[in-house]
Design a binder for this molecule. Structure first.
Ligand code: HEM
Length: 416
């Protein structure tokens, strides 16, 4: 098979600007899927890797978790940042040890600690609470009408409030958590980050000071939240290690909101731009139960995760060597022409809508049921009170190659 060999392609794959321009992303990755779907990528300033762009190949990688490991390279970081981490940790590539960094039995043992909490049966008990929160945020929209900046006024705050409540972080600390979570994995986009990013060590200290105190508080006075569960957590009969405990808090705090808020904002934009879908939804809000998956496919807010080959192997005819890393390009897989007849059409009733927006295999998103429930409830409440939603200016996207979505969505609407 012919391969694409050109520096501009490789630099574009990692460039944050590509992810702020959906048409540029689609053009680049449509070409990769067609011409070089497992593409050796050597961008300036980054260690090389394979870009895996097709649905079936990402599934194969994720399914074979013993062959394609999560550790040690989980995400795309410039060489300069990787060196900074090594300096800080005295040689290790890892600052944290959360479940994304783990493999095999260790991963399952740690994942199991909280998994039941995030299953539909347990989440059902949160339905009323989430609805009250969604109603509160839609109420704010109604009060601010006839227009608002949907991302900053609503989409950022609702999922943050939900995940912080589940973790056990009080409302008054949420703004601080937003800053910390964006400092650790957030984008460098100057519209999101007003000043320079603080060094990684001080961000992690900010988290560990906070969650250390929360752990102590829950050990003294247990409650019904994840902090209580984690503060008593054991693996193989031993208390979970401090690094693993702090990393667990951090992954849930960070993974739980930007992803969901991007999907809500991107889902709303898709509805505005596809009035027939908005009409269909207003006529039958029950299609949201499958429609939330179309929103997750459409937006694909997680742009990649990495895996590392445990030994020499082959993927779509390409020779992968032990130690090579592979970038799984989820949004590209979610537009794969071999899986979807019309991948660039937003269709809330798309059956059966298998997609990779939440990943696949043993690391499949722990919070997917929570995220889908939050999104469904939010749109149910929105449809009840807000009508005739239109754009009130140009939307704009965050420049980030990891987790990103809209950063501006100015809208106009009527309130019932
Ligand atoms: C629409 C919203 C969300 C999207 C699109 C999303 C997407 C993803 C993706 C792509 C992965 C990687 C899966 C893989 O490696 O195969 C992941 C993992 C994860 N997500 Fe989500 N996520 C969302 C919401 C949430 C929420 C609300 C939580 C809250 C707990 C969460 C917690 C996690 C955790 C802990 C992992 C790591 C799982 C593991 O390694 O075993 N996510 N998510």
């Amino acid at each position: 098979m012919a391969t694409l060999a050109s520096a501009p392609v490789d630099d574009a794959i990692v460039a944050p600007a590509t992810y702020a321009d959906p048409a540029a992303y689609d053009a680049l990755f449509t070409r990769l899927r067609a011409e070089d779907p497992v593409h050796w990528t050597e961008p300036d300033g980054y260690r090389p890797f394979w870009s895996v762009t097709k649905f079936a190949d990402i599934q194969e990688v994720e399914r074979n978790a013993a062959q394609y490991l999560n550790a040690p390279r989980m995400l795309l970081r410039p060489i300069a940042v990787e060196e900074q981490v090594r300096k800080l940790t005295g040689g290790s590539a890892l600052m944290l040890r959360d479940i994304v960094h783990m493999d095999g039995r260790d991963h399952m043992a740690h994942r199991k600690l909280t998994q039941a909490w995030f299953m539909p049966a347990r989440l059902k008990a949160l339905e009323d609470d989430l609805r009250a929160l969604a109603r509160e945020f839609v109420g704010r929209m109604a009060a601010a009408g006839p227009s608002c900046e949907f991302v900053d006024d609503v989409a950022v705050w609702y999922p943050l409030r939900v995940i912080m409540r589940i973790l056990g972080v009080p409302v008054e600390d949420e703004a601080k958590m937003l800053v910390l979570t964006r400092d650790i994995f957030g984008p460098d986009d100057p519209d999101i980050r007003k000043g320079p990013k603080p060094d990684l060590a001080s961000t992690i200290k900010g988290f560990t000071d906070y969650f250390g105190a929360l752990t102590e508080a829950r050990r003294r006075d247990p409650s019904d939240d994840i902090a209580t569960l984690l503060s008593a957590a054991e693996v193989d009969g031993e208390p979970i290690g401090t690094l693993e405990l702090m990393s667990y808090y951090i992954i849930i705090a960070t993974a739980g909101h930007d992803t969901t808020s991007s999907t809500i904002a991107g889902g709303l934009l898709a509805l505005i731009q596809n009035p027939a879908e908005m009409k269909k939804l207003r006529a039958d809000p029950a299609i949201l139960s499958s429609g939330v998956d179309e929103m997750a496919r459409w937006v694909s807010p997680v742009k990649h995760f990495f895996r590392t080959a445990a030994s020499d192997c082959e993927l779509r005819g390409r020779k992968i060597r032990e130690g090579d890393s592979l970038m799984m390009c989820y949004p590209s897989a979610n537009r794969d022409e071999e899986v979807y007849a019309d991948p660039f059409r937003f269709d809330l009733s798309r059956p059966p809508n298998k997609h990779l927006g939440f990943g696949y295999g043993p690391h499949l998103c722990l919070g997917q049921h929570l995220a889908k429930m939050e999104i469904r409830i939010f749109f149910e409440e929105l449809l009840e009170r807000i009508d005739d939603i239109e754009l009130d200016g140009d939307p704009a996207w965050i420049a980030s190659n990891f987790v990103s979505g809209l950063k501006r969505l100015p809208i106009r609407y009527k309130t019932r």
